[in-house]
Design a protein around this ligand. Structure first.
Ligand code: CA
Length: 685
């Protein structure tokens, strides 16, 4: 791969000189393996910029001639560079050398257990450019910028190298010049970054703000703090573009985007000083790569990847695997981790249900449904206690259900009162806790209320994952940041909230009114780059333990069943309650008994963010097609099901209170005509 091939570069020569060896061509172009995605890099007046787009085939004028191509720019001239405590590497750059990976196009094949696709074949072309500037030269340092171009995706990152005799082995990155310039008439589907230390018990930011939908990109964000990843943009007829980041481990901070300038430039923004109760730096501490760096030690040396996915339709965005293509697994899984469907009392029965007797009811529910797990949420330490929990663990074992246990991440960064607290923040206590969980047969933990995106907090995420893996335990994060390649980097990572999740249906009727719109947004944005712990499939009409209380759901049962397919997370904490077993039609329960949570393949069929979505996912040899409609008008679909082995249909007939199960009827050509009602859904399987 690109990084490995770099090792063959002639470092000694390079490090001796630190002088421009040759002139960089005014513009370098890298094409994707299919030749249809381009990335241009330019050095002008000491500043490095890049731009990107796709190439449209234009019919050849003469019959039989090779078709011509036309550049369709999606990302305009955008700055590159790093700000560090030893040098401003955004200006006065001089080119030293370039390296292209040996052997041309690099192909890799890897397995991804817990995301949208299980066997991934990716192909990329790469280019690494090396620069220095007067400040860096004084310390014998150089900056490498690595570009990786895939079909419909580009990614880049930086690496600071020590030249021979350099006394500088560590630096602080205080910011990035990395930017993303879009045409000013583009529109955005983006989520504002919150202020720090606000919200429930000062637990924000946690990626739970309201999106702007299809609005001008230059709109000021709600808090003036920019926008969180991923960020989706619509460039009219030219298509769609998604910006995100991946490969963030303990070695860097999480980033987001600034507000755009009036001429359409977003830049990388680092965490806010107030996050994590003011503790930890907003920058990133970086150990530098020396000339003899091992190919297997690259995670500590490259900065996280900035990823950009684009194309004329939404297909490349929904199906992208760039988040995982450019990162590597950081440790071996200690056991063979599996997907899990869990019951979860808290989502409808709330805090009062975190007691021994109610947990028994939800363990029984999981056993009845043939599900793998039951999540015991916050408050168990006071209300059930360790002895009670051990009894529940034993009961789970008897019932063939694996427990999942909630933790507060605290620590000292917020005032969230829920227990168990003080178990996850410190390695000595944490390892003891993991052993206790392991001895109790616990399959996973859900850790809540993190302190933001500083490197300090990224270290905590990684420490929890790494310790949990030592004990064969999976991890869900809640009240947290976006995962950034973690499904591949950490094999016991399950999923993260980082979205306005189903709890908001319980908290607010307004959110119930918006449920369908949100559901039709996530496949194109949040869930396109990372597993999403939403906690969905509510089948009760009202969101309360008492059937006559609580907010009223506006979606149909078919809609809720379809979200079990649309929302991707290898561990799903579904919102079913014991009442559903007797109140719902049997076919709905039967569907939930067999619904998978891990996917071998995902295909985008149709949709528009916030309006409707039609997706197909395959588990083993069974396809599921799911459709959701958030519009005020019925959605008429004609689906070609030839490629999918579907024979049953669950949808709404006449009105959304009438979800029915029908044998699927396709015409002679294999097309199925289907009308999906407003706030309704359909599943073909
Ligand atoms: Ca939350």
């Amino acid at each position: 791969m690109l990084k490995r091939n770099l090792i063959s570069a002639k470092w000694t020569l390079l490090s001796m000189l630190l002088l421009p060896l040759c002139m960089m061509a005014k513009k370098e172009r890298i094409l994707s393996p299919d030749g249809l995605t381009y990335l241009d890099v330019k050095l002008e007046d000491g500043r490095l910029t890049y731009s990107a787009g796709y190439r449209q085939l234009v019919k050849a004028k003469k019959k039989g001639a090779v078709p011509d191509t036309l550049d369709v720019p999606m990302l305009l001239d955008s700055p590159l560079g790093l700000y560090t405590n030893v040098a401003d590497l955004s200006k006065d750059l001089t080119f030293i050398q370039e390296e292209r990976p040996e052997g041309g196009t690099h192909k890799q094949q890897y397995h991804l257990r817990q995301s949208k696709q299980s066997e991934i074949n990716s192909e990329e072309n790469g280019l690494v450019l090396m620069f220095t500037n007067p400040e860096a030269k004084k310390r014998k340092l150089m900056m490498m910028v690595g570009f990786r171009v895939f079909n419909n995706n580009i990614a880049y990152s930086y690496r600071i190298m020590q030249g021979q005799g350099s006394q500088t082995t560590a630096i602080v990155v205080t910011g990035e010049a990395s930017g993303f310039r879009l045409p000013t008439d583009a529109t955005a589907f983006i989520c504002p970054q919150s202020d720090p230390m606000v919200g429930w018990m000062q637990t924000k930011p946690s990626y739970e703000e309201g999106y702007i939908w299809d609005e001008p990109i230059t709109k000021r964000s709600q808090y003036g703090k920019g926008w969180t990843f991923p960020c989706l943009f619509h460039e009219g007829d030219k298509g769609w573009l998604l910006i995100s980041e991946t490969g963030v481990s303990s070695n860097y901070c999480g980033s987001h985007l600034s507000d755009a300038t009036p001429d359409g430039l977003f830049t990388i923004a680092f965490p806010m000083e107030g996050e994590n109760n003011g503790f930890g730096s907003t920058g990133a501490q970086l150990g530098l790569a020396d000339c003899n760096i091992s190919p297997y030690d690259w995670m500590t040396q490259w900065t996280p990847y900035r990823t950009i996915t684009f194309g004329p339709t939404l297909k490349p965005i929904v199906e992208t695997t760039i988040t995982w293509d450019v990162v590597e697994q950081l440790y071996e899984p200690s056991i063979d981790y599996k997907g899990s469907r869990n019951t979860w009392s808290w989502i409808i029965w709330q805090d009062a249900s975190i007691n021994y007797d109610d947990q028994v009811k939800f363990i029984d529910l999981a056993a009845n449904l043939g599900w793998e797990g039951c999540l015991i949420d916050g408050g168990w330490y006071e209300n059930i206690g360790r002895t009670g929990m051990e009894k529940l663990f034993a009961y789970c074992k008897e019932k063939g259900v694996r427990p999942w246990v909630w933790y507060n991440s605290n620590g000292g960064w917020n005032n969230a009162p829920q227990s168990a607290r003080q178990c996850m923040h410190n390695p000595i206590v944490r390892k003891k806790e993991m052993k206790w969980l392991h001895d109790g047969g616990v399959a996973g933990i859900k850790v809540d209320f993190f302190g933001g995106d500083k490197q300090e907090t990224m270290r905590l995420y990684e420490a929890i994952l790494s310790d949990a893996n030592d004990f064969g335990i999976q991890v869900i994060f809640h009240g947290c940041t976006l995962p950034r390649g973690w499904e591949k980097m950490y094999p016991n990572y399950c999923s993260s909230e980082a979205v306005l999740a189903s709890e908001n249906l319980y908290f607010s009727q307004g959110f119930c009114e918006m449920e369908a719109r949100h559901a039709c947004l996530h496949p194109f944005v949040r869930n396109a780059v990372g597993s999403m712990e939403y906690g969905g499939t509510v089948l009760q009409k009202r969101l309360h333990k008492d059937p006559d209380k609580g907010n009223t759901r506006r979606t149909s049962d078919a809609f809720e069943l379809a979200t079990a397919i649309v929302f991707q997370s290898s561990g799903q904490n579904f919102a079913l309650t014991p009442r559903n077993l007797t109140e719902q039609p049997q076919f709905e329960i039967d569907f939930m008994k067999q619904v998978p949570t891990t996917w071998d393949e995902t295909r985008f069929i149709d949709g528009y963010p916030g309006k409707y979505v039609v997706l197909a996912r395959r588990h083993a040899d069974q396809w599921y097609i799911a459709a959701l409609n958030a519009q005020n008008e019925p959605l008429n679909l004609s689906l070609d099901v030839n490629k999918y082995n579907v024979k049953d249909l669950i949808t709404d007939e006449g009105n959304i209170s009438n979800t029915v199960s029908l044998p699927l009827k396709a015409d002679k050509k294999g097309n199925v005509k289907l009308t999906v009602l407003p706030n309704g859904g359909a599943v073909l399987f």
